[in-house]
Design a protein around this ligand. Structure first.
Ligand code: CA
Length: 330
């Protein structure tokens, strides 16, 4: 063999080898979508920036934001339209509740909201944690933050890490906001546009339980974003064709897909996923919690049936690391 050919051979061998190593090092991206439900909320208080950063570090596909408006129209990130189950609002602003006893976020300016401490979710009546094995209630220092602040953190991390992790905002209770004289969808869509989330290619999925509002987002606002219609009732399962006219996916709860057990103890799977797929709708189901198994022996059993027997496309989970581990092993 000539020296030239020998060198060529070695180079080829090296490059083939490098390719092999590369293939091993880069995990094949799963088709299944992992959504950090309120952040890595199984480990840190839901919807805090630290819980979002932790979820980011777990390499999720999307991080969820529930959006509510303040009195001065700042979209901020919290699960409920009232504040008292995850903050110390009752201590800081004791007389600001409405007649039903609740402290509505919309009655507070964003500056006031920033003064509150955020806690792991607790039961108002007993003052006990809803999830006793999680982060303790009212420890450390967590604050509420705006939707823009969270987008800037995720986009900042995308820049500094070179990853491209998406956002998955939910417009909360648009009808309530409308009654209070506020168009939450317009405000959220304006923020999304400003930060570059405009089309299905922009790594943003927008979700809402209110079908009328999601349709309005498509029809009136002409949004080209990926839209997910959240559902919770049986009668909604019959409206898939209607949803498919404006939405790209549905977000049912687990029990709408895995409906129970037959007399032999085998899990029963509804036809919701099959029907959704026939209508070209993706299915992202909620909420997968390793500390709330609902009759399953293990979290892996639940994930296996939902992801591979029922064939859902994505999961909202409080424990993104466990779901990603499971998917990578399967
Ligand atoms: Ca949500």
């Amino acid at each position: 063999m000539s020296r030239f050919l020998a060198v060529l051979f070695v180079l080829c061998f090296m490059s083939c080898n490098t390719n092999k190593i590369k293939i091993k090092e880069v995990p094949i991206k799963s088709e299944k979508v992992v959504i950090a439900h309120r952040g890595a909320s199984g480990y840190l208080p839901e919807h805090t920036l630290p819980s979002k950063a932790m979820a980011y570090a777990m390499n999720v596909d999307f991080i969820e934001q529930d959006i509510v408006l303040s009195k001065d129209n700042v979209p901020f990130v919290i699960h409920d339209i009232h504040l008292e189950t995850v903050t110390n609002v009752a201590v800081i602003f004791p007389n600001r509740n409405r007649n039903d006893g609740k402290f509505y976020a919309i009655d507070f300016t964003f500056d006031e909201l920033k003064q509150l401490n955020v806690s792991e979710r607790f039961d108002l009546a007993t003052n006990e944690a809803i999830f006793p094995k999680r982060f303790p209630i009212f420890k450390s220092n967590f604050r509420l933050h705006s939707f823009q602040e969270e987008i800037e953190m995720i986009q900042g991390l995308n820049k500094s890490t070179g990853k491209n992790i998406g956002i998955y905002p939910e417009i909360k209770e648009p009808e309530f906001h409308q009654k209070e004289g506020k168009d939450i969808s317009k405000i959220v869509l304006d923020v999304l546009t400003k930060y570059g989330y405009k089309t299905k290619n922009d790594n943003c999925i927008l979700q809402c339980f209110d079908a009328k509002e999601l349709k309005r987002i498509r029809d009136k606002f002409k949004s080209e974003l990926f839209l997910v219609q959240l559902i919770e009732f049986e009668e909604e399962e019959l409206k898939l064709e209607e949803f498919a006219e404006y939405a790209d996916g549905i977000g049912p709860w687990i029990e709408q897909i895995i409906t129970g057990k037959d007399k032999n103890g085998k899990w029963l799977i509804s036809d919701l996923v099959v029907n959704a797929h026939k209508n070209n709708l993706k299915v992202h189901a909620y909420t997968f919690r390793a500390d709330q198994l609902g009759g399953f022996n293990t979290f892996e059993e639940l994930l296996n049936i939902a992801l591979y027997e029922a064939n859902i496309d994505g999961v909202f989970t409080d424990f993104p690391d466990k779901v990603i581990d499971f998917i990578n092993k399967n």
